[in-house]
Ligand binder design. Structure first.
Ligand SMILES: [Zn+2]
Length: 84
């Protein structure tokens, strides 16, 4: 993960690499990805490496096109508008 900067670009906090869940939407499909990201200990900003970023874009495109053979189905996605 040498591409991830050790210092947060937003607040200059310390960034540590963690495995995080990222929700990606493409069209009406949604996937939860487990990805490595640098997480700022101060503001929570997530920083992805270039490779991870490109992979996320690719997955978003696959979701859009409905190419989900490689994805594990874990449930349904719902939409609910909270008007309170
Ligand atoms: Zn920060």
């Amino acid at each position: 993960m040498e591409e991830i900067v050790p210092v947060c670009p937003v607040c200059s906090g310390k960034v540590t690499v963690k495995e995080v869940e990222k929700i990606v939407k493409g069209g009406s499909n949604v996937a939860i990805l487990k990805v490595k990201a640098g997480v700022c200990s101060k503001c929570g900003e997530r920083i992805y490496s270039k490779d991870t970023h490109e992979k996320i874009q690719k997955i978003r495109k696959e979701l859009e096109l409905g190419k989900t053979e490689d994805f594990e189905v874990i449930g349904r996605a719902y939409r609910y508008k909270v008007t309170a």
